[in-house]
Design a protein around this ligand. Structure first.
Ligand code: SAM
Length: 237
């Protein structure tokens, strides 16, 4: 896996992403602040035009690691049908297209403002403005690969979305997820449910875990310290 070590130019973006979106808030903190998924999705839409610039300031490498891992497992299948879940402004697809001539990428995103920025880049075959949750109706066995970067964050996608991602993937396909490592420990929902969900899908022979690894420099905090990320790759049986 490629290592990403670029230090941020400056940290402290114009919109306070660290407080509003990137901080590892626990569910309890979220509750106290009455900070709901709807607030977060609205925040993304409102700040979509600054998103790419702000993420560059934090040297956010989640999309790079996801694109790189997906490219490796697809092994030259450039016509693979791919779904980028929580695609935001299309960063994963942009990076993937630098790695190879992928021709069949769809983007799903809950925040219309983010999706509009992605659409303007012309990266995706189809785009869907949809809030993904368990039972949200993704057609089963449709995609050769599903990728999702930075979507398992407090107030974003819940652990059971992994079941939805698995169901929507074809047999023999792959699911690639990148997230901030500490969220596995500090966000109550993930602490309680993420590994049990992964283990349940494994024990039911729905998928095999190909990669489950911590990596450095997911992004940089305000103090300039690198913050670790986590990469999961699953292979659907
Ligand atoms: C940190 S951004 C990551 C965007 C992009 N994947 C990237 O790596 O740059 C998280 C994105 O996930 C979207 N999102 C969060 N929860 C979602 C859900 N349940 N369904 C669809 N999109 C969601 C947000 O609107 C936001 O655009």
């Amino acid at each position: 896996m490629a290592e990403f070590t670029a230090a941020p130019e400056t940290v402290g973006a114009s919109s306070d992403w660290s407080g509003n979106v990137l901080a590892p808030l626990s569910e309890k903190e979220l509750e106290n602040q009455k900070f709901t998924s709807t607030d977060r999705i609205q925040f993304y839409s409102d700040h979509a035009k600054n998103y790419d610039q702000d993420m560059a300031k934090y040297s956010f490498t989640g999309p790079d690691v996801a694109a790189d891992a997906l490219h490796q497992v697809l092994n030259g299948e450039y016509d693979a049908k791919i779904l980028d879940v929580g695609c935001g402004t299309g960063r994963v697809a942009e990076l993937l297209l630098k790695l190879g001539p992928y021709s069949n990428i769809d983007g799903l995103e809950a925040a219309e403002g983010m999706l509009e920025v992605a659409r303007q880049k012309g990266l995706y075959k189809n785009t869907m403005c949809q809030y993904l949750c368990l039972g949200s109706g993704l057609e089963q066995g449709t995609y050769d690969a599903i990728v999702s970067s930075g979507t398992f964050v407090a107030g974003h996608m819940k652990s059971d979305c992994l079941i939805e991602l698995c169901n929507a993937t074809k047999s023999g396909g792959y699911i690639v997820v990148t997230m901030r490592h500490e969220h596995l420990e500090t966000v109550d929902e993930y602490k309680q449910n993420m590994r049990p969900t992964i283990n349940q899908l494994t024990s039911e022979n729905k998928w095999k875990v190909v990669k489950d690894q911590r990596f450095p420099n997911w992004c940089y905090g305000k103090d300039g310290q690198g913050i670790d990320g986590h990469l999961f790759v699953f292979h659907k049986d």
